[in-house]
Design a binder for this molecule. Structure first.
Ligand code: NI
Length: 142
């Protein structure tokens, strides 16, 4: 693996905040403070990137719905067929007698993925839905 060149700079913050940072870093198993801070920066960059229009993002859309609700399955399927270009894979789990969970792996322009997620999450009958965004792996070197 290519070794990433490191940049060193000093950061000032309130003592209490630094103490909490160290506690969190230790609890999560980071080797040091720098690693923890770099991961937080990366997470924030992924978040910003996901709001930057045409940038390519990857992620998952999770939906929970009652399959007895009229038309819900047909509606969700219609929406998904309209966006095959964005949906890489779909997983359907029957949670119990009523509830289904669907997890869609998605990749595409940030705006398009977000629009698709909004359509699915707001579809009548969906109890809970959420888009989780990650990087395509091409940005934010580690
Ligand atoms: Ni089901």
């Amino acid at each position: 693996m290519k070794k990433t060149a490191l940049s060193r700079f000093s950061v000032s913050m309130p003592q209490e905040l630094a103490r909490q940072l160290d506690g969190m870093a230790a609890a999560k198993g980071y080797a040091n403070r720098s690693q923890a801070v770099a991961d937080m920066v990366r997470a924030q960059l992924v978040e910003e990137h996901a709001h930057a229009g045409g940038q390519e993002i990857a992620g998952t859309i999770t939906l929970v719905y009652d399959h007895h609700r009229r038309n819900i399955q047909a509606l969700l399927t219609d929406i998904q067929h309209d966006h095959q270009d964005l949906i890489l894979s779909a997983l359907h789990v029957h949670l119990d007698h009523h509830n289904c969970m669907e997890v869609l792996a998605v990749r595409g322009g940030a705006d398009s993925v977000r629009q698709l997620a909004d359509r699915l999450v707001t579809a009548k009958g969906v109890k809970h839905g959420k888009l989780t965004v990650t990087t395509t792996g091409k940005e934010f070197a580690r």
